[in-house]
Design a protein around this ligand. Structure first.
Ligand SMILES: Cc1ncc(COP(=O)(O)O)c(C=O)c1O
Length: 381
């Protein structure tokens, strides 16, 4: 009997959520409305009374408009990791500012504050760290640096819903944190996002509301004025209803992700192939992904071959992410030369994302590790 295909990620959407979605579809109000408000309130109550939450259509838009809302624009520089998804750097370019790439650490895959400090210039306006794969960056150190230099920290928390830093949930403190609810994230609205920011930052909140929907400001009599040539980033009620069902189960999902990551550590920690495992972190890791570095060059093997052979055994693996500076759009921004961002470049060459999603079993992890071992063992034979 051939085993079922195991993708590297798959959402878990339960029957109660599906029924709720049908109710919304039948209600006659399917775009932004009461369900979006409910999701924003549910997230805000998770993060505490000092926070306000705005849902957006995707984290790409949420990050871009967060930069606009805090006043980042032409002539400004924003610090961003050299290894992240393209969205993290593109949003900086889209507001007319310049991304300044900083190398990440090899095992956390995150920015370290001392490396950020070395990249600051008089034009730096913001730091945009990524909590890679759900492992929080050292926010205390980044916030201290930001305070000293009057910078704003916009957290790219696309991977980090439910993650905790030193006991506090990501999104419950700090300047702005943007979560993605894309289909492969720890909770999904299919496509979608949320921004968490201080409830007292009324100027930022006001701009983010206008930037989300055509720059409109509504008056009490139902008329409106247009104040900004803004785009459109609103989330639909159908999507928000999916998110409400997901949010209820987020802690359960993340606990399961943590258990599955633990099974990977048990099986891969002492391995003969020189795999570099991710940092375990403390209990706060959201385990959005489990990424390992495979020394392909030493093994005389290519990632594409690993991908093909795993797929032939019914297992999907991912690749998160190539280093950004060598890519066409970014090269000239930093006069990139090979070796300039050693960790990001190595991660880009060697990273492999193993399957990790809440519906997986321990036997699935066994299967992934067994097949990985067979393929890598065969490679070096
Ligand atoms: C680090 C990071 N930032 C931003 C995004 C953009 O998220 P979205 O797909 O919700 O626009 C992603 C998407 O995967 C991401 O991984």
């Amino acid at each position: 009997m051939t085993e079922a295909f195991l993708p590297f990620t798959r959402p878990s959407i339960d029957d109660e959520t599906l029924a709720g979605v049908v109710d919304v579809l039948r209600s006659g109000w399917i775009t932004s409305g009461p369900r979006v408000a409910e999701l924003e309130e549910a997230l805000a109550s998770r993060f505490g009374p000092a926070r306000r939450v705005l849902c957006y259509a995707h984290a790409t838009g949420a990050l871009e408009e967060s930069l606009r809302a805090i006043g980042v624009g032409p002539g400004d520089e924003v610090i961003v990791p050299a290894m992240t998804f393209a969205a993290s750097a593109n949003v900086i370019l889209r507001v007319g500012a310049t991304p300044v790439f900083v190398d990440v650490e090899l095992t956390t895959r995150n920015l370290a504050a001392h490396a950020v400090a070395a990249a600051l210039s008089p034009r730096t306006r913001a730091i945009m760290p990524v909590h890679f794969s759900g492992l929080p960056v050292d926010l205390d150190a980044l916030h201290a640096l930001a305070r000293r230099h009057h910078l704003i920290v916009v957290e790219d928390a696309a991977h980090a819903i439910g993650a905790r830093y030193r006991g506090r949930e990501i999104g419950s403190f700090g300047d702005l944190a943007c979560f993605s609810f894309h289909a492969n994230k720890n909770m999904t609205t299919i496509e979608g996002a949320a921004i968490s920011l201080p409830a007292g930052q009324s100027g930022w909140i006001d701009r983010l509301e206008r930037l989300r929907f055509h720059g409109l400001r509504k008056a009490e009599d139902g008329s409106y004025d247009v104040e900004l040539a803004a785009g459109k980033h609103n989330l639909s009620d159908v999507a928000a209803r999916v998110g409400l069902g997901q949010l209820k189960r987020l802690d359960e999902f993340n606990r399961r992700r943590g258990e599955l990551a633990g099974y990977y550590f048990d099986r891969l920690e002492s391995n003969p192939w020189g795999l570099v495992l991710p940092e375990r972190g403390d209990m706060g890791h959201a385990w959005h992904m489990f990424t390992v570095l495979v020394p392909f060059e030493t093994l005389g093997f290519e990632r594409r071959q690993l991908q093909e052979r795993m797929r032939a055994h019914g297992i999907g693996i991912g690749m998160h992410y190539p280093a950004l500076p060598p890519l066409s759009l970014y090269r000239s921004l930093c006069d990139w030369h090979p070796g300039q961002f050693p960790n990001a470049e190595r991660i880009g060459r060697e990273t492999v994302t193993l399957p990790l999603f809440p519906a997986m079993t321990e036997a699935d992890v066994d299967r992934v590790c067994r097949v990985l071992g067979e393929v890598l063992g065969g490679a070096s034979a």
